[in-house]
Design a protein. Structure first.
Length: 140
């Protein structure tokens, strides 16, 4: 088992499947939910309970904490498991239309789509605000 298999089986249960009869444009029936669950059950028993425990521990789609920025791309399959709406004070979200998984973290190119350029600016602004707050705190 590699780290990804372990994390998927014990925390997320997020599988990129291509079920027979679906709109999936890959080879249908090759990667189904049953195949992934069988793999997990062979490695770590009770996937459902593991995911439930992980969500309870970490807050699921309403995690606690502050100075958290949830940035998600529209075409990133992970956004289905992500915080996409502001759920708590001190936690903001950025939705990046047309962007794939963490595309805004890639080196800047002149060909970057406008939504990614805008997201980078928003991220910089949020982090700059956090840094400004920390310098305004009375440390004594």
């Amino acid at each position: 088992m590699d780290f990804w298999d372990y994390q998927t089986c014990t925390e997320f249960a997020f599988y990129q499947t291509c079920e027979t009869g679906s709109d999936c444009f890959f080879l249908q029936g090759l990667m189904t939910l049953d195949i992934f669950l069988q793999m997990c059950e062979g490695l770590v028993p009770n996937v459902t309970k593991n995911v439930e425990l992980s969500n309870n521990l970490n807050g699921g789609l309403r995690p606690q904490g502050s100075r958290v920025l949830w940035t998600n791309g529209e075409v990133d399959p992970w956004h289905a498991l992500a915080v996409v709406n502001k759920s708590s004070t001190g936690q903001d979200t950025i939705w990046v239309p047309g962007a794939s998984h963490h595309f805004w973290t890639h080196p800047t190119l002149s060909t970057d789509q406008p939504s990614v350029v805008k997201a980078r600016g928003q991220i910089r602004d949020v982090v700059a605000g956090w840094l400004k707050e920390s310098t305004e705190l009375d440390i004594n």
